[in-house]
Design a protein around this ligand. Structure first.
Ligand SMILES: [Zn+2]
Length: 394
């Protein structure tokens, strides 16, 4: 495999073995113990008798490939090891060299290899060479290469991040048939753009009875619902997240407009007369419909001259005094009764005469109202007489 995105400079065919004789299992880390900027010329030399798959430098993304990973590079001074390894030379000096950018490039190479070679383990030249070498020095001894490897493996094993669930829409708006609502209690206009009740912000306080024309309802993530004005809602292009909690509102019902009342007038009584007040009452002032003045005792006879019916069945009577003094005063007519006519002289009781007792009922044939049996006997006798008349023998 030629690694995608990595420049490939083919090593001379004298410097590697085409193909593999066993599965690739390892990534062998080397350091190029000099200050080379590239190994492409070294491995292109047909007499070099060596090669590596990769080299990483100290410039951003400086990674080069010289041998296809499907071929066997000669890097490790150990044929068996070469057969199962991908090899990388890391720019550095005899110590192994610490350079952040170089290590970043080593990391990038590892990340690119792992998807194709997930079985790889990392090893170091000194551990496999058949001749003595300090390679790769601090890349092994100070753990620089291992640290990059561990990061690359962690990144490789990291499960793909779960798709971020769509954030719940914090506030839902719905337009409603425009209407007028009334605050049923003193209430705040709220900024309903909050996700914790404790963070609700009152914009302004309004008194009970305040009328608001509303066109939309906003529901925030806590489920609170708020009436919005046309101005705040602005046809769905919300201008202000302000509203009244719908629980503080009721639909406003305008008072039914009464037809203008025909002015009630005092009308003269057909038969003005003195009538007797039957219930202790006060005068009612018909301008205010409040009772006024002091009690007029039941039994008082009052000269009544006029009547005013203020609604069906409710008629007030006005006294002569009130009329003459132009007072719009009256007392309910149904509290009056006619003054009784002067009682006539008692007529003497007529002399009594004894009433005779009815005669005793001694008639055995005619039943009285106390005679059930007598009735039956009488009936039997009558039937017998009838039968006898027709000469029927029983
Ligand atoms: Zn080496």
């Amino acid at each position: 495999m030629k690694l995608p995105g990595v420049p490939f400079y083919q090593a001379n065919i004298n410097n590697y073995t085409p193909g593999r004789t066993r599965p690739v299992r390892k990534l062998t880390i080397h350091h190029s113990a000099g200050w080379e900027n590239t190994l492409r010329y070294l491995w292109a030399d047909p007499n070099r008798n060596g090669s590596s798959h990769f080299w990483v430098g100290n410039q951003p993304n400086q990674i080069e490939q010289y041998v296809d990973t499907g071929d066997t590079a000669w890097t490790n001074n150990n044929w068996d090891s070469n057969c199962e390894s991908i090899t990388v030379e890391t720019r550095g000096d005899w110590r192994g060299y610490y350079d952040k950018q170089t290590l970043n490039n080593l990391y990038t190479l590892m990340v690119k290899l792992l998807p194709t070679y997930p079985q790889l383990i990392v090893e170091y030249h000194m551990d496999v060479s058949r001749t003595f070498t300090l390679c790769p020095a601090d890349l092994k001894h100070k753990g620089y290469a291992k640290a990059e490897w561990d990061k690359a493996v962690a990144a490789f094993n990291k499960p793909a991040p779960a798709p971020t669930p769509p954030k719940p829409v914090a506030i839902n708006y719905r337009s409603i048939t425009p209407k007028r609502v009334k605050l049923i209690r003193p209430a705040n206009l709220w900024d309903f753009n909050f996700t914790e009740w404790a963070k609700a912000k009152a914009v302004q306080a309004y008194p009970a009875g305040h009328l608001v024309d509303v066109v939309a309802v906003a529901k925030n993530s806590l489920g609170g619902e708020y009436y919005m004005t046309a101005y705040s809602y602005n046809g769905g292009s919300v201008r202000a997240t302000n509203g009244f909690n719908i629980k503080d509102c009721e639909d406003y019902v305008p008072a039914i407009t009464q037809p203008p009342t025909v002015e009630q007038k005092w009308e003269p009584m057909a038969n003005p007369r003195k009538m007797r007040l039957m219930v202790t009452s006060k005068i009612t002032d018909l301008d205010t419909m409040k009772e006024t003045g002091s009690d007029i005792q039941a039994g008082t006879d009052i000269d009544l001259v006029e009547l005013k019916t203020i609604k069906p069945g409710v008629t007030y009577a006005r006294s002569k005094w009130s009329m003459q003094n132009n007072k719009n005063w009256g007392i309910l007519l149904n509290r009056f009764a006619e003054v009784p006519a002067t009682a006539p002289e008692p007529t003497p009781e007529p002399p009594r005469e004894p009433v005779p007792e009815p005669p005793l009922d001694v008639d055995p044939n005619t039943p009285s109202d106390s005679d059930l049996h007598g009735q039956v006997n009488w009936l039997v006798k009558a039937i017998k007489a009838l039968l006898a008349y027709f000469k029927i023998k029983v």
